[in-house]
Design a protein around this ligand. Sequence first.
Ligand SMILES: C[S@@+](CC[C@H](N)C(=O)[O-])C[C@H]1O[C@@H](n2cnc3c(N)ncnc32)[C@H](O)[C@@H]1O
Length: 256
Amino acid sequence: MSADKPAGKKPAKSTNPPRLASKGGAGGRPAVATGAKSKHRSNRAWIDRHVNDPYVQAAARHGYRSRAAYKLAEIDQKDRLLRPGITVVDLGAAPGSWTQVVVERLRIGAGPAGGGRPSSRVLALDILPMDPIPGVEIIQGDFREEAVAARLAAALQGAQVDLVLSDMAPNLSGIGAADAARSGHLWELALEFSLAHCKPDGALLIKVFQGSGYSQFVERLKRRFVRVAVRKPPSSRQESAETYLLAQGRKADAGN
Ligand SMILES: C[S@@+](CC[C@H](N)C(=O)[O-])C[C@H]1O[C@@H](n2cnc3c(N)ncnc32)[C@H](O)[C@@H]1O
């Protein structure tokens, strides 16, 4: 864990939650806030929570590109996934805070390779552009496109992967069924990639959302991997449906 991680501190609870529009208004005015007003309040609450969040503050001090860095750092603190010499593929990597944690823990750039120090590799992919990180091969493209997945596979040059990270999340439309389908598609693609490219004792750490399709995906992972664990690091907000699944050790010929 980074020295900048807030020691033993819990992230701030949501400050000033948006007020319920159903409370009676004064002076006989309509009780329901206008859409614009309630949107303004919830934006304000989000900004308050963001600036007061100890993980946001720690990320800024440490130079991490986002607070998400601590989610991976906390999971790694428990599961010890990141060690020098391994090959990591980071899917949905932008803006790059997970990649920064990976680079630190693989000790990339910590001195000349060789001399007993194993060589590590990190490939980061996102549909969005991402600022360079020394020692990281960045691929920009939509992972749903076969040609993009093929570019990533080609970049591996036949090497097998120790760890696939997927923090991919689609842009949400607000339409539950459509969002669940989009997320589920990305989970499947990350799983498919892991099965094709991971070492037999390799691992997939993937962000998923509890809700539609979640338990079926957990079952799919259990059929394909020896160990599957659920992780909800302290820096992942309790009210968020996001959770992380850690699947380790491919099962041979497990079918679908
Ligand atoms: C929560 S962010 C990842 C944050 C990142 N782990 C970090 O620590 O900086 C999710 C990312 O998934 C990416 N993403 C969503 N759909 C994608 C797709 N089809 N192909 C590649 N990346 C995708 C988004 O562009 C976004 O950058």
